[in-house]
Design a protein around this ligand. Structure first.
Ligand SMILES: NS(=O)(=O)N=C1NCCCN1
Length: 261
């Protein structure tokens, strides 16, 4: 069978469907958000998070992203409101970035592709477990935060970036405690929302996307820290982990909505 999926020519997004047929579905992510076509929906509410910093567990270089895992054995850190029908439990955070600042985000807003994108992944806790939730159209909610590069560093990003030197190689994991991901959020809570999928295999179409309109700002040095990770294990030559973003997928018969301002 073809070697594990990734972002290179041989195992990249155009070939994922050979092993993960869902990748060819009609409700895939990411998509382009064309602000002129967004529907202002009066039923959409503000979203809220209540995160317990004690829930954060580890930070891992998976070889395809930097992932922070949280304790999701009970409703300890949760997301609710917005377009959501109930309480969604925080499970993990993952990040996508480019080899240069002109690319790296997965969602694109009008003609703008950002330098990176943070995904804060939650699952609907009315389902018995995460594995169950990913098989439901309303099973998962992902808060997406766009990353823009300017001269100013984002202090709240510091702890994540300091950890990069301990997880340089694929498979490396380190304890990551007392971390509340809401410190990464921009000031403005405005958002776009649509129904889509995970942007990595198995690409299940179980995701309600909540994409924050206001990007967060990091510095060039901070971006370089993400690019210092390797996509290879410690016993292989360093291979920069960069451009771990999926290209745009067809919107097809979907609407992107935003609350009434
Ligand atoms: N980039 S993403 O859409 O968050 N993709 C995910 N795949 C499976 C684990 C959770 N997240």
């Amino acid at each position: 069978t073809q070697h594990p999926w990734g972002y290179s020519k041989e195992n990249g997004p155009d070939r994922w469907h050979e092993t993960y047929p869902l990748a060819k579905g009609n409700n895939q992510s990411p998509v382009a958000i064309l602000t002129k076509d967004v529907f202002q929906d009066p039923v959409l509410l503000p979203w809220f998070t209540s995160y317990d910093p004690g829930a954060s567990k580890t930070i891992t270089n998976t070889g395809k992203t930097c992932r922070i895992a949280f304790d999701d054995t009970f409703d300890r850190s949760v997301l609710r409101g917005g377009p959501l029908p109930g309480i969604y439990r925080l499970r993990q955070l993952n990040i996508h970035w480019g080899s240069t600042d002109d690319k790296g985000s997965e969602h694109v807003v009008d003609a703008t592709r950002y330098a990176g994108e943070i995904h804060v992944v939650h699952w609907y806790s009315k389902y018995s477990n995460y594995g169950d939730a990913v098989r439901k159209p309303d099973g998962v909610a992902i808060l997406a935060i766009l990353i823009q590069v300017e001269k100013t560093p984002k202090p709240e990003m510091k702890r994540i970036l300091e950890e990069m030197s301990n997880i340089k190689a694929k498979g490396k994991e380190a304890p990551f405690q007392n971390f509340d991901p809401s410190i990464l959020f921009p000031k403005n809570r405005s958002y776009w929302t649509y129904q889509g999928s995970f942007t990595t295999p198995s690409c299940e179409e179980c995701v309600t996307w909540i994409i924050l309109k206001e990007p967060i700002v990091v510095s060039e040095e901070q971006m370089e820290k993400f690019r210092s990770l390797s996509s290879k294990p410690a016993d292989e030559p360093h291979c920069p982990l960069v451009d771990n973003w999926r290209p745009l997928q067809p919107l097809n018969n979907r609407m992107v909505r935003t609350p009434y301002q």
